[in-house]
Design a protein around this ligand. Structure first.
Ligand code: HEC
Length: 238
């Protein structure tokens, strides 16, 4: 009996492995696409960049949306002293007490002619909506990170396990290279998830998220393609 290799597998196992690898390969492409669509647009510009990662996980702590809009597209809707007044209140925590006594009227005079009638923008007759716009964007919440982390670790480890197992029957790679390719995706997966958390607390780690994700995509692509190639196109018996 020959040693079991991808090349000399029987047809049924080849069919099983091929079906699995094709589905996983497609899944990885879809995952990549989804990342581009969600995180890719986080900073408002298409394409995944370090800024997107920072925005998604760390947030934009330079100020609230209310403040940036009052200095941006809402600038013409209130005189400078009113804008300054609102910004100061926001920076001091946008308290309900001051809302009731003063800012309710300020917003009523300057903002609610649009922000209570136009659909799709916050309703500034409601303190809740003002409060939300006044909050600092701190990126992904701990709850979200915990949930997504464990789903990713379990789910993706499962995928890599079988991809790696199939690839372990490939020929023509030295045992060290093979072991490396099989191990890398797990290592990069852990780096990737760990760097989400690190980025949540320090934006400088954002680049690690990209390295991790890119690393495991690359290692699994190599395994998927060489496994498929060896099952179907490798002819000469070794
Ligand atoms: C002439 C109508 C109009 C007035 C007056 C107006 N806004 Fe707006 N506001 C808009 C529109 C339209 C948008 C959505 C487009 C944009 O973000 O620039 C918006 C968006 C915003 C947003 C971003 C909401 C979000 O969740 O994306 C904030 C914050 C905001 N306005 C604050 C204010 C404040 C504070 C005032 C009063 C000083 C004000 N606006 C007055 C029309 C108005």
């Amino acid at each position: 009996m020959n040693e079991m290799t991808l090349q000399n597998l029987g047809l049924p196992l080849k069919a099983l492995f091929t079906g699995y690898l094709l589905a996983i390969g497609l899944g990885l492409l879809m995952a990549g696409g989804q990342i581009m669509l969600t995180h890719g647009m986080a900073d408002g510009k298409p394409g995944l960049s370090v800024d997107d990662i920072v925005y998604s996980y760390y947030g934009d702590r330079s100020g609230s949306k209310l403040e940036s809009k009052l200095n941006g597209s809402m600038k013409d809707n209130a005189p400078p002293e009113v804008r300054l007044d609102i910004i100061k209140w926001v920076r001091n925590g946008a308290t309900q007490a001051e809302w009731d006594t003063h800012f309710k009227d300020v917003f009523a005079q300057n903002c609610t002619m649009c922000h209570s009638v136009m659909p799709g923008i916050p309703d500034f007759t409601k303190f809740d909506d003002v409060k939300k716009a006044a909050a600092i964007n701190e990126g992904a919440s701990i709850q979200l990170l915990t949930r997504v982390s464990h789903i990713h670790l379990f789910g993706i480890a499962f995928i890599f396990f079988f991809v790696g197992w199939i690839f372990s029957y490939a020929t023509g790679f030295s045992p060290l290279v093979k072991a490396g390719l099989i191990f890398f995706p797990f290592a990069f997966l852990i780096i990737d998830i760990a760097s989400w958390w690190l980025t949540k607390f320090n934006p400088n780690f954002a680049v690690l998220v990209i390295i991790g994700g890119f690393g495991y995509s690359l290692a699994s692509t190599v395994m998927i393609f060489s496994s498929l190639y060896q099952m179907w196109f490798l002819k000469s018996p070794r």
